[in-house]
Design a protein around this ligand. Sequence first.
Ligand SMILES: [Fe+2]
Length: 367
Amino acid sequence: MKIEVDSKKVFINSGYTKEEIHPFWLRERINSDDALDKGTQQRLFDPTSLNSDINIDKIEKQNGFLQLFFTDGTNYKVKEDHIISEYKSHHLDPISIEKVMWNSEFNSFQKFKFDADIFEDKKMYELLVSFYKYGFVVLSNVPTEDNFIIKFANSIGSVRRTNFGEFFNVRSKANPNDLAYTSLALAPHTDNPYRNPVPCVQLLHCIINKVSGGKSTLVDGYTVSEKIKNDYPDYYDILTNVKVKFKFTDKTVVLEDTSELIKLDGNKEFKQVRFSPRLDYAPIIEKSKLDLFYKARNKISELYNSENYKIEFKLGEGDLLMMDNHRLLHGRTVYDVNEGDRFLQGCYIDFDSTEGKLRHLKRKFNL
Ligand SMILES: [Fe+2]
């Protein structure tokens, strides 16, 4: 990739294509002391107050730098590499890391070994790339200290607090307000579908595990959505259109949110799945539509629960699972409390944490 100029125009040449860079795109990146705060890298002017027709009047290209003179009388010097790296980072943004679909055969996934310096290490970059590809990662060797999960989460970004608190303890207890706090099996589900916004990433840290059951299960909601899209287009259509209500109530709060079971983005591409059939309420819509919706919901539930898509593994003491709650479903197998203790701690972080960390490490290691 290189920068080329032609009298009053700047081009970016990728080796395959040559595109003109918009003059105002360059103008609003002006980096003189009165235009850009060097510490924060934030603008000291409002580009929306400028005329977007400002053009380039003159360009001087020398030793890897461009001196740009604009028709409004301003000018600045910019390193060509700086423009190139912004173009590259735009195309390699974390959210554009391509998802890799997986099913029950994906048993030999890579485990990352924790060490105290991992948060600023290249290994964390690799871990996050893997997280965006597969929707989850598992770390081993994480210190089994009480509350370590909070330290871990805050070393990537910031903990997303919920009404369950900053973190939650997963251990069977008397009078639970959620089935997670029993020793029962949990079918694949996404967490907190009733919350707006739904927490993005769940962290689950295994501190004690003396039982033979209680295995963690994961399903790739993206793989299942694509399966439905290809094999059951009518079901896909209704699941991506009908909004259901998710609701959680306890003594202190009533949480509600409505969404499609498969949510698409503006380009009609996969964005998010929500699934928690103990908490969802279909809307009152015409009977024939609802008839199709119920069939579609049964199908997606059948696929989520089938052995074809589910992976199952035991989280050992010191293991930490980090999973995308917008893409993956998780659950666990039943366990016997008489065998011994099983104690996990969990918390949530949002995508700005994982994306922010990924961009930071990419910048740091010049990747
Ligand atoms: Fe859960």
